[in-house]
Design a binder for this molecule. Sequence first.
Ligand SMILES: O=C(O)CCC(=O)c1ccccc1C(=O)O
Ligand SMILES: [Mg+2]
Length: 351
Amino acid sequence: MGPVPAHPVPALPPLSAIEAGAAVVRLPLTVRFRGVTEREALLVRGPAGWGEFAPFPEYDDGEASRWLASALEAAWEGFPTPVRTSVPVNATVPAVAPDRVRDVLAAFGPVSAVKVKVAEAGQSLADDIGRVAAVREVLPEAALRVDANAGWSVPEAVEALGQLEPYGLEYAEQPVPGINGLAEVRALLAARGTPVRIAADEAVRKAEDPLRVARARAADLIVVKAAPLGGVRRALGIVRKAGLPAVVSSALDTSVGLAAGVALAAALPSLPYACGLGTGALLAHDVVAEPLVPVRGALSAERLAQRAMADPELVQRWAAPEERREWWLERLRRCHAVLAAAETGQRDACH
Ligand SMILES: O=C(O)CCC(=O)c1ccccc1C(=O)O
Ligand SMILES: [Mg+2]
């Protein structure tokens, strides 16, 4: 994993202690997002509170083990000291038809920033333009970002961003795959005079070395998610070393996972952009009594550990089917073994 430790917890808790407090939930979404209508998560309970282990299904055990490190940090160590009490957030508009935009936005309440998903498989640039135009019509003053999730080629990205720029874009998130791709798009946009900043997301989150984007000057800012980066403390270290502005974003977490994102955003020395942590509004149900959903465009960063305490009744009500529970517990065991091996390796390196 390189110079940034893979597990931030002082000592890895034994698997039996983690399994003892583990619950697997499946929550319905209000709208299709990333091709899914339900989100599954394994929740863990430790001495410091609750943590969320919910790596996307396509993540391998190496990537997923960082997610476990993040869950264990939340549940066994707790979050670092915040420097702010409130975190501004954006609304997130999935790849819906323009006539659904108003309703999707309404669920977030008033916001100063909106992220619009673009380049969805099976859709066209005309669909993206229609969706962005609809958002602009509802919120003429909002800061607008688009997120292509690496769905364009370099020429497609330059063409699309040229056509979307007149709607006023704050930045474009991961328009194309890879670090070199981002650098290319950034240079081509500059050459043709299209003033759109480039944000790196997958190129940070899925990279072997999360700092390569910054060293390659491939982006103007980075998107950081606490869980895939191995927890709040490790993500803070990555942002510090990257030396680029950072936007904290969710991974479509339950309120338990969102709390880690809020803790990260609240601990960053500088937070120049609204964060993508409003996604609690896309969940039809949640596991805590008072879900972490935006109020007047922001999430409070106070009493996070308490607010991220799952309610046993809700955990029971949204329990995943038995075979899914088994699948997640197996994944937990494999990822625990990955972290245990990393810990042994680090200990040996010190002697
Ligand atoms: O940033 C936001 O507004 C919401 C979070 C989000 O878009 C997201 C959620 C789950 C997985 C990937 C992503 C992403 O930013 O690409
Ligand atoms: Mg993204």
